[in-house]
Design a protein around this ligand. Sequence first.
Ligand SMILES: Nc1ncnc2c1ncn2[C@@H]1O[C@H](COP(=O)(O)OP(=O)(O)OP(=O)(O)O)[C@@H](O)[C@H]1O
Length: 592
Amino acid sequence: MKPEQSTTGQMRQAIALLRRAALPDQHHLGWAVLWLMAAALLEVMGPIMGKALIDEHLLPHHLDWPRMAGLLAGLVLTGWIASGLRYLQLVRLSGLAMRSVMRLREMVYTHVLLLPMAFFDRAITGQLVSRVTNDTEAVKSLYIQVLFVMLDSTIVLVGTVCAMAWLDWRLMLIVLALLPAVLLIVWLYQRWSAPAVTRARALRSEINGQMAESIGGMSVLQASNAEARFGQRFAATNQDHYTARLSELRANAWLLRPALDLFNIILLAAVIFMFGHREMTAAEVGVLYAFISYLARVIEPLIQITMQFSQLQQSVVATARVATLLDEGAAQEHRSRAAATRAAANDDDSPAVAIRHLNFAYNEGQPVLHDLSLDIAQGDFVGIVGHTGSGKSTLLSLLLRFYPAKHGSILMHGVPLDDIDNDRFRAEVGLVPQDPFLLAASARENIDMGRGLTQPQIEAAARAAHAHDFIAALDQGYDTPLGEGGSRLSVGQKQLIAIARALAGAPRILLLDEATSHIDSQTEQIVQVALDELRGKVTVIAIAHRLSTIRDANRIIVLNHGRIAETGAHEQLMQIDGGLYQRLYLLQQLAA
Ligand SMILES: Nc1ncnc2c1ncn2[C@@H]1O[C@H](COP(=O)(O)OP(=O)(O)OP(=O)(O)O)[C@@H](O)[C@H]1O
């Protein structure tokens, strides 16, 4: 991920992203501001009507009943309409916020799907998931808690101060002069409670982390009889979280509320004192009433605005993190170069794979592959072996276009890899990974992978992978849910489904990345038979730690420190006395 930005940079990023996410709903924002202003105006009018009722009718005993009833009705109605408007705006903004979160999540997820493999070498899964779930959720609080509350409070504050100034500007100045004390109280509260808030938040993630870790490693945990220890660890973290939350609440109960209540009384006393100092005329009693009504409306918005600052900070940081992720460059887009692709599709003579002087390094100055050149004929079965770290998976990743081959070239059926458009490339090249990634879905869905294949196509692929019999024997056949990660199947069965999935796309080239490492010998034999049946029809390139898997390959490439050390069929390589392959083979025989 990119380095952290400055606060202004983050703010700019967050605002740009918010605008992008809320673009289709922009008119709602305009209306929200308008209605909030109307609500504030109505609220400010209430005490003015109260003042008129006291000063013009009650004190002078001028009992003009129709006008008094009108003022009273106005008092009730303005308050009622104002709270109605505020509620409607909250609903409108909540809708906008939730739609923005939905759009953002979609944007982030689809973007992550397009990121190059090099990104995932650096990324931490938990953090990425958190970007899609928690950080996008922070956008909602940015709209509702921060924007709504701040906007609402500012409008009410400005409106109230204006009304106070209209009633008695000197009194208004006194109230304004005392208000910074509210800011001081809230600032002190935030300083006092901030460590507890941060700690509570960190402990909440810790609780989630412990839970996820325990569920993920349940078999190891139970097998090691570690339930009690993990339970104690969890209880301790839970207790810490409780304590942190408690100190947060204590700061609120002991400092914030009492101090603000006290301040409210001081302000009230100051206003009454000022009135006492003047010769109070009957007309001023109404002003006193209006001022007292306004006091609460001045203090509450100020508290709200100040309290939102820390939330604003957190939301901006989270939103900026999402923006940074969206700024990550997507993988190179491979557009259709139709002419080249078509020409190659008809070129039956060119090798399935031609590698020319290929050099590769993940990190500059640390080469992994050195000047590799290799031709693989169509329909060949080629095995790649070598010590751990010799570059086998790297070569496969380059063949799969997970990383761009910057030095040297790779051609498939005569076309440079970069010139084949994405859909065609993914249809032509199938992959069976070491870890057969299965969805928590049915066997059919796991083979289909959303390609919309027909049942005969799925069944044919399953038969070719020798997976049909065990799938058909499941209680609901192809529709049997396989459980999370295929938990209802054995490792070997999962691998056969992964092979069926790769074959279902009718690839011209099939890549196997240590597909037999974790399976039993019996399933390995099934895989061998399946591969044998593909001979001549599909080009198979298989990395194998288990040399028995590729023993029958037409050709075996032995890699050593990123270079081709030996190449030939099994029998030929076994003839090389002291050769790398011979040693690897004999070692495995000894171990067996
Ligand atoms: N994503 C990566 N980023 C940086 N270096 C990497 C990355 N993947 C592999 N390497 C390095 O490249 C070298 C070759 O690794 P590679 O995985 O290709 O070897 P391998 O022959 O497939 O090994 P194994 O049999 O253990 O899977 C190793 O030194 C490894 O540390």
